[in-house]
Design a protein around this ligand. Structure first.
Ligand code: NAD
Ligand code: IPM
Ligand code: MN
Length: 354
């Protein structure tokens, strides 16, 4: 019997609250199916751990994680530990260390989910953002010169390698071809004359190998405007690390909110484990009160199942989320309901059993 080994890093704030629900769902999927099992191992890493040990995870943290099929992550970062230390020491370390160079983030408005845009039908917002996840603006190359003096200088260099740019763009073309979707590249070549002009050139170059894929290219400022004014334009979207970060919070805002936005950090070659997470943070403003919506964390379970090849289950979990949104019986306050975080997983399980 197939046994999937999942490393659980619940992390900070609402991370543990939302992951508990996702774990409930994944356990019950395995139970109902019967042909595979899932084994969870929890790692207590995060800001609390940092305050006790002076590091976000142990030195050999990546080695410990390497043996797992997947990583399930809640959220990282909390007041009391500087964000650059907490994120750089855990989440970003894993994304880079495990070469999780694809970040897949669906921006899909399910029927029943709230949408702040006027005259929008669910089918009008149905995109998949392919975010570069290993370099670009997040390459962590830079310097601080003359600290604390009037001449102080901060340098932060974007790193766009041919390998890194080609592989994410190729991945997006493959996806668009397989799914018969259009592909839109979002960049900023009019101002970033080195990195983004390079990005645009590679987008065209690789496009020559995919003549059947219909493409568009937008500048990121205009694209942000069209996300709001005309989201129908977008199907598969490929973009850089920072632009993808920003556009997918905007995407969350038009497709039901942060409580519904999931993301998969993939190492497509499976040389290293991939990591699945809601895209929201630790939400200190609502942590510990049972107010957090765990549907994003549950949606990322669907992405995990999909990556494992359990495609029917991936679809069933997503359908169960859709069902809940239509029924409106058991929903957290961000979606207009009164339910607590820990009622959501149980309701999804009930729907899956039906
Ligand atoms: P956030 O995503 O934590 O919260 C933004 C807003 O959305 C808050 O009002 C919050 O209450 C709401 N929200 C988020 N998730 C929700 C959910 N599941 N249900 C209901 N409401 C939800 O972003 P932030 O406040 O900018 O960041 C807080 C901390 O999290 C910071 O330390 C930041 O660096 C970190 N962060 C971590 C990750 C991650 O681990 N992947 C992602 C983003 C931010
Ligand atoms: C995300 C988060 C992270 C990112 C932060 C916490 C470093 O905002 O996953 O969207 O910018 O990638
Ligand atoms: Mn983000």
């Amino acid at each position: 019997m197939e046994n999937y080994k999942v490393a659980v890093i619940a992390g900070d704030g609402i991370g543990p609250e939302v992951l508990a629900e996702g774990i409930k769902v994944l356990k019950s999927v395995a139970e109902i199916d019967g042909s595979f099992s899932v084994e969870f191992t929890e790692f207590p890493w995060g800001c609390q751990y940092y305050l006790q040990h002076g590091e976000m995870m142990p030195q050999d943290g990546l080695q410990k994680l390497a043996a797992f099929d997947s990583i399930y992550l809640g959220a990282v970062g909390y007041p009391g530990v500087p964000d650059n230390i907490s994120l750089g020491g855990l989440l970003l370390k894993i994304r880079r260390g495990f070469d999780q160079y694809i970040n897949l983030r669906p921006v899909k408005l399910l029927a029943g989910a709230p949408c702040p845009l006027k005259d929008i039908k669910p089918e009008d917002i149905d995109m998949l953002v392919v975010r570069e996840n290993s370099e670009g603006e997040y390459a962590n190359v830079g310097a601080r010169l003359y600290p604390g003096t009037p001449q102080e200088v901060a340098l932060q260099t974007g790193v766009f390698s041919r390998k890194g740019t080609e592989r994410v763009i190729r991945y997006a073309y493959e996806l668009a071809r397989r799914e018969h979707k259009t592909l839109t590249s979002i960049s900023k070549g009019n101002a970033l004359a080195y990195s983004m002009v390079f990005w645009d050139e590679i987008f065209k170059e690789i496009g020559a190998e995919y003549p059947e894929v219909v493409t568009h290219s937008y500048l990121v400022d205009a694209a942000s405007m069209f996300f709001v004014k005309d989201p129908q334009r977008f199907q598969i979207v490929v973009t850089s690390n920072l632009f993808g970060d920003i556009l997918t919070d905007l995407g969350a805002a038009i497709a039901g909110g942060m409580g519904l936005a999931a993301g998969a950090n993939l190492n497509p070659e499976k040389k290293f484990p991939s990591m699945f997470e809601p895209i929201h943070g630790s939400a200190p403003d609502i942590a510990g009160q049972g107010l957090a919506n765990p549907l994003a964390a549950i949606w990322s379970v669907s992405q995990m199942l999909e990556f494992w090849g359990q495609k029917e289950w991936a679809q069933s979990v997503l359908s169960a989320i859709g069902h809940m949104l239509l029924e409106k019986r058991v929903l957290t306050p961000d979606l207009g309901g009164k339910a607590k975080t820990d009622e959501i997983g149980a309701e999804i399980v009930r729907l899956l059993k039906k």
